[in-house]
Structure formats: structure tokens, C-alpha cells
Design a protein around this ligand. Sequence first.
Ligand code: ZN
Length: 136
Amino acid sequence: MAEIILLSTSQKQELIDITDKVNSIIRKSEIKDGICNIFAAHSTGAIIINENFDPNICLDLLDALNRLIPSGIWRHDKVDGNADAHLKSAILGPSETLPIKNGKMDLGKWQSLIFCELDGPRVNRKIVVTMIGDKN
Ligand code: ZN
């Protein structure tokens, strides 16, 4: 069973908490216990799990990535100028897989599921949520 989330982003780089959206999709699926995979179908976006209670962590992550991977110095920049976004996306990865327990993602107390926009703003960023499990 799979559902699609379409996100529009408003900034060049942006971390968007999608925990509630994904939990609502799981609730509608009626799956109580199982596994879900959340996959961003893009080469300049990523899916991560981290803390969003202090939103500065998301900003710190972007700062750290930008210090590690500066823009404008890579071969692919000659094509469309966004090599740094591809590199950051490859390092963070396009998906996360996690358990479903009691009808929602079994995240740790301080964990959130986050979509990373690394070359925005964009419309219709596609995130596929695939779920398997038991409904009882
Ligand atoms: Zn590119």
C-alpha cells in the first residue's frame, strides 16, 4: 500500500517536518503494526530523522552541510549549477524505513521525520510512503 505526498517548498534550502503528514497517512491505512518506507523521488532532496523540537538543529545541519560542501566548485555546476545540492542529497539519502507501532511511526521521543529541500524553491516535491503490516 502506497500514498504520495506532494510538497511545495519556498526556500533554496529548507527542512520540513513531515511527521504529522506521514502519521495521518498511516492512520488512514488502518495498519496497526508493520513497516513504512518514506522515499523522496528527487536527486536534490533527502529524507532524514532527527530532532526538530529545537529548530536550530535543522539550521545547524544546513550550516554544517554548506561548510562541508560549498557551492559552485564542482564539475556538474557547468550543467545546471546545483552540484552541491546533489552531493548533499546523496550523503543524506533519499529514504528512511521505520517501524509502525499502534498505528503510527515508532519514533523516539525527540525524533521527527524531515524532508530536506536542497535546491528549492520547487513545486510538487514527491514523497512516496509505502506501508506493509497488520491491521489488527
Ligand atoms: Zn543538477
